[in-house]
Design a protein around this ligand. Structure first.
Ligand code: SAM
Length: 292
C-alpha cells in the first residue's frame, strides 16, 4: 500500500511541490489524519461492488481511502489548480475519475450514468466545503439520485441540526427536510487538530441513509416544506402564531388554521419544535385545501 496522503508532512510536501496555497473561500481544510479517514470511510459500508461519489477531493486524502475500499470513485472538484495535483497523488489508483465542476452546477445523474454504470450500491462520502454544506446535501437528495445515502463531514452545529429529534433545541425545518428523505444519524465529533489549516468551528460526521419512501406521505411536498419552514420562523411562538404569519392571508384565516390544527389533533398552543415529522405531514395536508 502506498504512503497515506493524509499526514501533516506529506500534505505540506504536496502543497510545496505544486506551489499551492489553501483557498479559504473554497472551504479548503484538508484532512491530515489517516485514523479519522478510516473511521469516516467505515461509516459508508463500502465493498468493491460499491461506488463512491466524493465532493471536493482536495489533494486526495479521502479519495485514496475510498479508492482502496470501493470499486470506483467519482469525484467533483471546483478548483482547477487541484486537477494536476490529484493526477499526481492518485496515480497509484486506476479506479478514480475526477470531474472539474462545481457540484451545485453539475449534472450528477448524467455523470453517474456515464461513469458508474453497473454499480448498484452508490454512496456519497465527503469532507464538505463548509460554506455550502446544506445546499450540497439538499441538491443530492432533491435530485432523487440512485444513491444509498451519504456520509459527510460538516460543521458540528449543522450536523446537530440535521440529526435532531423533536423537542430539542436543534430541531427545525432543516432536520425535517433531511429526515423526510433519510434516516440521519450523528456518527462522531471530530477535533479541529485533524485538519490543515484548522477550521474555526468544530466538525462532525453524519450518516444519512435514504428511506425507500419518505417518512410521511403528503399531498404536496413543496407546500409541506413551506409549512415546516413557516412553523419555525419565530421559535418561541406557538404553532398557531407562526402559521398565521407564514400562511398567505394567515391572520384573516385564523379560523381555518385552527380547524386544520384541530383536524390534525395538534394543540394550537404547542411550539413547532414539539411536532414530529408525521404530525407536520398531517397538518400540511389539512392546511393544503385552504392555502394551496
Ligand atoms: N477531501 C479533501 C480532504 O478531506 O482533505 C478536501 C476537503 S475540503 C474541506 C473541501 C474541498 O471541496 C476543497 O477541495 C474545495 O476546493 C472543494 N470545493 C469547494 N466548493 C466546491 C464545489 N462547489 N464543488 C466541488 N468542490 C468544491
Amino acid at each position: 500500500m502506498t504512503k497515506d496522503i493524509a499526514t501533516p508532512i506529506r500534505t505540506q510536501e504536496i502543497m510545496a511541490k505544486h506551489g499551492l496555497t489553501f483557498k479559504k473561500s473554497l472551504g479548503q481544510n484538508f484532512l491530515i489524519d489517516p485514523n479519522i479517514l478510516r473511521k469516516i470511510v467505515s461509516q459508508a459500508g463500502l465493498t468493491k461492488e460499491s461506488a463512491a461519489i466524493e465532493i471536493g477531493p482536495g489533494i486526495g486524502a479521502l479519495t485514496e481511502h475510498l479508492a482502496r475500499d470501493a470499486g470506483k470513485v467519482l469525484a467533483f472538484e471546483i478548483d482547477q489548480r487541484l486537477l494536476p495535483v490529484l493526477a499526481d497523488t492518485l496515480s497509484p489508483y486506476d479506479n478514480v475519475k475526477v470531474i472539474h465542476s462545481d457540484i451545485l452546477k453539475a449534472d450528477v445523474e448524467q455523470a453517474i450514468q456515464e461513469e458508474l454504470a453497473g454499480f448498484e450500491d452508490i454512496m456519497v462520502v465527503a469532507n464538505l466545503p463548509y460554506y455550502v454544506t446544506t445546499p450540497i446535501i439538499l441538491k443530492l437528495l432533491l435530485e432523487k439520485l440512485p444513491i444509498r445515502g451519504l456520509v459527510v463531514m460538516l460543521q458540528k452545529e449543522v450536523a446537530e441540526r440535521i440529526t435532531a429529534k423533536p423537542g430539542t433545541k436543534a430541531y427545525g425545518s432543516l432536520s425535517i427536510a433531511i429526515q423526510y428523505y433519510t434516516e440521519a444519524e450523528f456518527a462522531m465529533t471530530v477535533p479541529k487538530s485533524v485538519f490543515m489549516p484548522q477550521p474555526n468551528v468544530d466538525s462532525a460526521v453524519i450518516r444519512m441513509i435514504k428511506r425507500p419512501d419518505p417518512i410521511v406521505q403528503v399531498i404536496d411536498e413543496d407546500f409541506f416544506f413551506s409549512v415546516t419552514r413557516g412553523s419555525f420562523v419565530q421559535r418561541r411562538k406557538t404553532i398557531l402564531n407562526n402559521l398565521q404569519s407564514a400562511m398567505p392571508n394567515g391572520k384573516a384565516k385564523k379560523e381555518l388554521i385552527l380547524q386544520a390544527l384541530d383536524e390534525a389533533g395538534i394543540d394550537p398552543t404547542r411550539r413547532g419544535e414539539t411536532l414530529s415529522i408525521k404530525e407536520f405531514g398531517l397538518l400540511s395536508d389539512k392546511l393544503y385545501p385552504h392555502f394551496r
